[in-house]
Design a protein around this ligand. Structure first.
Ligand code: ZN
Length: 540
């Protein structure tokens, strides 16, 4: 009898104990993205964390909230996580000449001129986003017009992929670059013995080294604008693939001062200065910042023919591209990192670069493991090499919009056979059963909806191609959502904190005006983020 009394009492407390929480969101379609992809109606939040999810009745009977949000049937997803981006670089690019989408070199120069006229205070003119593959003739530009327009002011314009730049003579002079000079892991283009201004991969570092560091105010401006844009697109965590320890210190300080709220996973650049600071002390973690990755570049990009291929380019028969460093560099770094808690994350585009990195990773990881070493992009894979990912639990970190951006010319570079192993996301997913997705912004747009479209129907924003690009490698909607949330979290060792809406996790979530799991493909890009919450706080 006493036992029954006790159980009855429990029910009584459960029904009307009025557990106090901060927020209840109800009458929603909540994709929790838990292991069974459960859909809930309501969610209770306290102290920035999720207390419970369930039906409207369950949550509203058990909890009383200070704030009740009636979602009126809106779809709720975990905040999106971009597994590969350049957050600081994106912030910087917002204050430079925007050269994305230019259709000719002349149009590019005109934009630079207009920007320079508007900003006479700038000592350097910087721009980003040009892509000669969009222009008639598709050949690299030369710098004569920039030299005429800007004889005394240095100008450097980064290609869309960040793997090539064009600099004017003034910038080349300041950097001490001369015709005939050679550089490891880069190439300095000349025509008839004269510099053209085109600098590929490592060759442009010398120019960028000359640019004065931003003031603290400018830096804050970059990051705050980047954060605002990301929150507006439903991103609540971003991975920055390649920062200096000084950037990390600045970001950490801004987060602690409450000036920056974006959660960040950081990969440090492959630089002795960073190793000196971080290798002795190990990964660094706060509520909003986790520094645990090391970003290494194996090769360049396909668009600028810097990707390292096993066989020559189909559109440049004597050329295979190149590795950016000596093989020994990657091998010895992997050996060192295998003995630490750092995650090795290597950019590899060409099938040769991917094979080199896969072999080195396999050598030190020795079979299945939980070190979660990543290959960033994993773009062109030889058919024999896919299995090397699964063999050592190596994570392909891919960006679906790269596929739909490159599809216009990828077959010219690779030929019709080799291109089948490129942007092979479904095949790569099979290797470990999970895979993070990202954008590589500012190389691509920050929009997670473009990632969703590109992954699911393999079309670009124009709806091209009608049948989708290499559709055998499309991902399901569920896999794509996982790739943009929980799998992206897992790739950053953050899966116990973010990436799904489950008890105990941070209340990072978004309300959308239409449901990505159900909306017609042609309407995906119309999706609007009605609200974004980070740690239970409304940030958009
Ligand atoms: Zn990148």
């Amino acid at each position: 009898m006493r036992k029954y009394y006790f159980i009855a009492l429990l029910f009584f407390f459960a029904a009307c104990s009025n557990n106090k929480v901060d927020t209840i969101i109800h009458h929603a379609v909540i994709y929790t993205v838990d292991s069974s992809f459960t859909v809930a109606e309501a969610m209770a939040i306290k102290d920035g964390k999720i207390v419970a999810t369930g039906s409207n009745e369950e949550i509203m009977d058990q909890y009383k909230a200070t704030e009740n949000i009636d979602a009126a049937g809106a779809a709720v997803y975990p905040g999106f996580i971009d597994a590969h981006s350049h957050f600081v670089g994106y912030g910087r690019s917002l204050f430079q000449v925007d050269l994305f989408g230019t259709n000719t070199w002349e149009e590019t120069v005109a934009r630079v001129k207009a920007f320079a006229d508007e900003h006479p205070e700038l000592s350097w003119i910087q721009g980003r986003g040009w892509d000669q593959n969009r222009w008639p003739g598709k050949s690299f530009p030369t710098n004569e017009q920039l030299n005429e327009l800007f004889p005394d002011k240095p100008v450097v314009l980064t290609r869309v992929d960040g793997h090539a730049s064009i600099a004017n003579q003034k910038a080349l002079d300041l950097a001490g670059i001369q015709a005939g000079q050679t550089i490891v892991g880069g190439s300095i283009e000349t025509k008839n013995g004269k510099l053209t201004g085109i600098l590929i991969d490592n060759a442009d570092n010398k120019v960028y080294d000359q640019i004065p560091a931003p003031t603290k105010e400018t830096y804050i401006q970059w990051l705050q604008q980047a954060e605002k844009n990301c929150f507006a697109q439903g991103l609540t965590t971003v991975t920055d693939c390649g920062l200096n320890y000084k950037d990390v210190e600045a970001i950490d300080a801004l987060q602690k001062e409450g000036k920056l709220n974006m959660r960040m996973y950081v990969m440090l650049s492959d630089d002795p200065e960073n190793y000196a600071v971080y290798l002795p002390k190990g990964p660094y973690k706060t509520d909003k910042l986790f520094v645990k990755g090391i970003k290494v570049y194996a090769d360049g990009a396909l668009g600028s023919r810097g990707a390292c291929l096993l066989h020559p380019y189909s559109d440049k028969p004597d050329w295979t591209g190149f590795l950016l460093r000596d093989k020994q560099h990657y091998d010895s770094l992997a050996q060192v990192l295998a003995g630490t808690d750092f995650q090795m994350c290597t950019h590899a585009i060409g099938d040769s670069a991917n094979r080199e990195v896969l072999n080195i990773y396999n050598k030190y990881l020795k079979g299945k493991n939980d070190k979660r070493w990543r290959i960033e992009h994993a773009q062109v894979i030889h058919p024999n090499d896919f299995a090397l990912f699964g063999k050592a639990s190596i994570i392909p970190s891919v960006q679906p919009t790269h596929g739909t951006s490159d599809m216009y010319w990828a077959a010219e570079r690779l030929g019709t056979e080799r291109v089948k192993g490129a942007y092979a996301y479904q095949q790569l997913l099979q290797e470990n059963g999970w895979m993070p997705l990202g954008t590589d912004f500012p190389v691509e747009d920050i929009s997670p909806f473009k990632t969703f479209l590109a992954a699911v129907v393999r079309k670009d924003a124009k709806g091209y191609p009608e049948q989708g690009f290499q559709m055998e490698n499309a991902l399901t909607r569920e896999a794509t959502i996982r790739g943009m949330t929980i799998w992206a979290a897992k790739a950053s060792f953050l899966e116990n904190e973010v990436g799904s809406l489950e008890k105990g996790k941070k209340a990072d979530f978004i309300l959308l005006d239409q449901d990505l799991m159900k909306v017609a493909p042609e309407k995906i890009l119309d999706t609007k983020v009605k609200a974004t919450y980070s740690g239970g706080q409304k940030v958009h």
